[in-house]
Design a protein around this ligand. Sequence first.
Ligand code: NMX
Ligand code: MLT
Length: 437
Amino acid sequence: MDYIKEKLLKKGEQERQIVKKLVKEYGDLQLDTVSMGQVLTGMKGVTSLLTVTSKLDPESGIRFRGYSIPELQEKLPKLNPEGEPLPEGLFYLMLLDELPTVEDVQYLTNEWTKRNKVPGHVFDVINALPPTSKPMTQFSTGIMAMATESLFQKAYREGVPKDEYWDTTYEDVMNLIAQLPTIAAYIYRRNFQGGDIIPPNPKLDWAANFAHMMGYDSEEVYRLFRMYLFLHADHEGGNVSAHTTHLVSSALSNPFYAYAAGMTGLAGPLHGYANQEVIRWIKGMLEEIGPCGCADEEKEKIANYVKNYISEGKVIPGFGHAVLRVTDPRYVAQKKFAEKYVKDDHMVDVVNCLYEVVPPVLQSLGKVKNPWPNVDAYSGSLLQHYGIDEYFFYTVMFGVSRALGVLAQLVWDRMYGLPIERPKSQPLQWFKDQAGI
Ligand code: NMX
Ligand code: MLT
């Protein structure tokens, strides 16, 4: 057993007992109340999931095992002191609740390099889809095709005891994370670079290797990818991609099925697809109003465009959030990155200007709970700056990163022995009866 599994088991055996005790002895303890409004508007704020990897505070944003983004930018191992932390370190922290050393991060980089052996049929399955199919269709299909290799599924069929499910889940999760960048880069090269495939470079870390396989080999892009894959990794358990992964795996579907399902949720325009919508939307705006700076009269033109767009019943991508009530700290981290490394970029300037113009317009509608920008408002402009123009691909990049958090959590779901998820539903008459109407 490798040392990560040993640590996991040690911590897991203790925590599993706690979960069992909570269920057995405190099962009737009231945790929350639920209102009609909450049930009918997406269960916002209803505590109903156990997620250990991260927690989201509406006012201060995401904390991974208690650490904020700036704290982790300081504390997680980097390849050079000026650079960005390696996402491997964040995975280690989320999985083991312990800050990694440089050696721990190196261990994971090596492990993922070793495990990066995508079966040939996965590429055949992707190739069977027309190149015009959406990158997220190809991505989730490729992940489904990987399920032939599931060790968890095999172990389950062989009757492995429940307390051991976590072990093969961990193996599947490690293999899946190791192989995702190769599959994603394959889709990118197939769709946008004439199918000229670049093999992985075993000397590179996980994020840099992803950039390399996509065809971007500069220290600057490696640095961007390390930050990107770190920032999108997790957002507690209730977001659509995390919750879907958790829900599907609660039926003991294998991690490949569960993660593919999570990715089909990420592909929705109100979730991860918003990162490509932001660029599409800005380009559409610039086509209509022309290239613009952020002087008062230009701000007015933008504000009018925003108002018109909303009046057509559409949402402004990259703004708003189901939980956050402040500017997303992931947006702030990317803005700081741009201030440090990006000079004179029109798209980045427009994104900065939208920060001044859009929130007051959204506020003026009187119904938007959070008028501030989210992670997706900034990410595309940075990718555009480094020449990664194909915004149809951006949600796949989000998906590669999201694996780190939701799959670390999946290992814990199995460690705790969490049962099948099955909330109660009621017909409309029941709600009318409750309201007395
Ligand atoms: N532009 C226009 N209207 C908005 C926006 C926006 N950016 N955000 C919220 N609203 C509207 C929303 O459509 C709803 O209208 P109605 O009552 O007519 O249906 C009203 O404001 C209240 O919505 P909220 O309760 O504030 O937001 P909710 O929790 O329902 O949804 C989002 C959260 C993120 C889905 C929503 O803010 C949105 O659609 N934003 C744009 C899409 C986006 O950027 N998504 C990415 C989220 C982050 N991620 O990566 O997943
Ligand atoms: C996410 O990163 O999952 C999004 O911000 C959406 C969410 O948290 O609901």
